[in-house]
Design a binder for this molecule. Sequence first.
Ligand SMILES: Nc1nc2c(ncn2[C@@H]2O[C@H](COP(=O)(O)OP(=O)(O)OP(=O)(O)O)[C@@H](O)[C@H]2O)c(=O)[nH]1
Ligand SMILES: [Mg+2]
Ligand SMILES: [Zn+2]
Length: 356
Amino acid sequence: MSVSSDRSLPLKDLGWSPFFQQQLSLEEAEDFHPARVFAIQRTHMTLMTEAGEVDVNLGGRWFQLDVEDRPTVGDWVLLPSSADSINRLLERKSLLKRMSAGQNSEVQLIAANVDTLFLVTSCNADFNPRRLERYLALAYDAGVEPVVVLTKADLADDPDAYVDEVRKLKADLVVELVNALEGATTHSLRGWCGPGQTVALLGSSGVGKSTLVNTLATTEVQLTQEIREDDAKGRHTTTHRSLHVLPDGGLVLDSPGMRELAIGDVESGVQQMFDDVEALAAQCRFADCGHATEPGCAVRAAIESEELDEDRLASYHKLRREEAYNTETIAERHARNRDWAKMVKHKQSLSHKRRD
Ligand SMILES: Nc1nc2c(ncn2[C@@H]2O[C@H](COP(=O)(O)OP(=O)(O)OP(=O)(O)O)[C@@H](O)[C@H]2O)c(=O)[nH]1
Ligand SMILES: [Mg+2]
Ligand SMILES: [Zn+2]
């Protein structure tokens, strides 16, 4: 095991807390070192321990497990003193996940044990309230506090108009307007970056996630690149997720820009995002009201009185449908895997019997 000890930190500054400590047996506490996953590239993992950085290989057995049972960035794992592979994964405080894009969509883990999610979007063509709703549903479902960070305030004619748009999405939503290149304007973000606190940055390519990480770290830890001039789109500069320790404590997780965010298995997140619509729906005359042409529909009434936005209702329907569809797909796949595992076991026991 090779440990580079130039950056050693007490465990609690890496986010360790009683929640994790109490998961260890007495033997485990003696024989293993807790380590936090700082980056994963294919089978190569960069871990941070009290003694410094450790590189290990993620053995093949992990890839036979369900996606959710494999380590992801931000996870805590146990590392034996002698070996160069990890022993086990500790239970997570929070887990951010999405569905992969495309036909055969699968759950993908984004990050574990995150305290705050910076939803980064810029005051230009990237800005999209409907997309923000998806990101917010993801955060609410994981029980992670979302903060909408609007970058490139310095380039916009009327940056406050963007803040107003975000505030319409949900009452009490925290919004911060920054120039990610400038330390002074990002000062407001430091409140979420105290020692041992983990902040993850998510958003499209080119919005300034890595720029923000560099400014918060006060040094260039991540590569950044100019966006395309014609359509303001980024160039997918960051290619894998990684955690970074800030000089004043706090950990930030930079991630590659997302092309689209498909959601699944986040029903409660969608409900929390649209709790205003859900409250109206509870007043409809029919419990199974589709909020279309039914009499006594409180949702339609709210649209007519302009208390509720038509776009917001459409968005609610769309996210609910997508969420339900993907959740069902996940459940079906789990059932299929279970059946398959049963079949394999059965065949194995038959061949054992034959040998006996
Ligand atoms: N003027 C200004 N430029 C910014 C701001 N934030 C980011 N930029 C610029 O936007 C470009 C893209 O920034 P990055 O930090 O590489 O974007 P990213 O979100 O990390 O992009 P990916 O890694 O591709 O996902 C760079 O040229 C930055 O200098 C800002 O607040 N103001
Ligand atoms: Mg980047
Ligand atoms: Zn209704």
